[in-house]
Write a protein that binds this ligand. Structure first.
Ligand code: ADP
Ligand code: DGP
Length: 223
């Protein structure tokens, strides 16, 4: 079980804030679909909400990542790992500001993708976690659970680097080692509507808790 450090910079009180909701899962598990649906749902209820995704391919670091993923550039495994992490760090302070000013963030992939994908290539899990330490810890991680074979049947994989069943299978194994109490496992093999309903209930509970002043926490100490 992973432990998280409490953020010490004046956030341990009961200030209302937005919720940090992370959606994780294999490629084609339905993350983008469900993130968009969740955004409409929360906005419809009048909750200030934004949808973010990592990698954020708009930044200069993100463009390097995008070139790597589409096989236009080659990078050492450690180097690309640190770039993915840097891409999250460059949004870290904006993330905190948004949450503190009451915006709920739905985040399509986060540090768990970072660790699961790089570990699946053979890098050590602790080494992979280290650069993520100090990023904000999610209030909920919604893991869209589907087998790699079933995910691959959905719309077909494109040309990106990691879209291979055998590799995704290793990623799924590493995801399992990262579960903690903030994770909710959602059966992503159900219909879009069923998945949507399950997610809504979890997220509404979390938004309510954050509105009433849940302290922010940090990733990622591993004791
Ligand atoms: P991801 O963002 O995880 O890669 P997407 O949301 O892009 O996944 O979905 C991948 C494909 O699977 C899309 O064609 C989408 O319409 C389809 N899809 C998403 N959720 C479901 C579902 N619950 N059942 C069947 N197909 C789905
Ligand atoms: P997406 O834009 O969600 O389709 O993600 C692009 C691909 O990059 C996908 O195969 C998952 C992978 N990925 C996402 N985040 C990370 C990360 O932090 N590290 C590594 N190694 N791969 C990642």
């Amino acid at each position: 079980m992973e432990k998280k450090s409490m953020l010490s910079s004046g956030l341990s009180g009961a200030e209302p804030r937005g919720a940090l909701i992370v959606v994780e899962g294999l490629d084609r598990s339905g993350k983008s679909t469900q993130c968009a649906k969740l955004l409409s749902f929360l906005e419809g209820l009048g909750h200030p909400t934004e949808l973010w995704r990592f990698p954020d391919r708009e930044t200069s670091v993100g463009q390097m990542i995008s070139a790597y993923l589409s096989n236009k550039s080659q990078l050492d495994d450690h180097t690309i790992h640190l770039l993915f992490s840097a891409n999250r760090w460059e949004k870290r302070s904006l993330m905190e500001e948004k949450l503190k000013t009451g915006t709920t963030l739905i985040v399509d992939r986060y540090s768990y993708s970072g660790v699961a994908f790089s570990s699946a290539k053979g890098l050590g899990v602790d080494w992979c976690k280290a650069p993520e330490i100090g990023l904000l810890a999610p209030d909920s991680v919604l893991y869209l659970d589907i087998s790699p074979e079933r995910a691959a049947e959905r719309g077909g994989y494109g040309d990106e680097r990691y879209e291979r069943v055998e590799f995704q299978s290793k990623v799924a194994d590493f995801y399992q080692t990262l579960r903690d109490s903030s994770w909710k496992i959602i059966d992503a093999g159900e219909t879009m509507e069923e998945v949507e309903k399950k997610i809504q209930q979890v997220v509404l509970d979390q938004v309510k808790e954050c509105t009433s002043g849940k302290p922010l926490s940090l990733l990622w100490s591993s004791s």
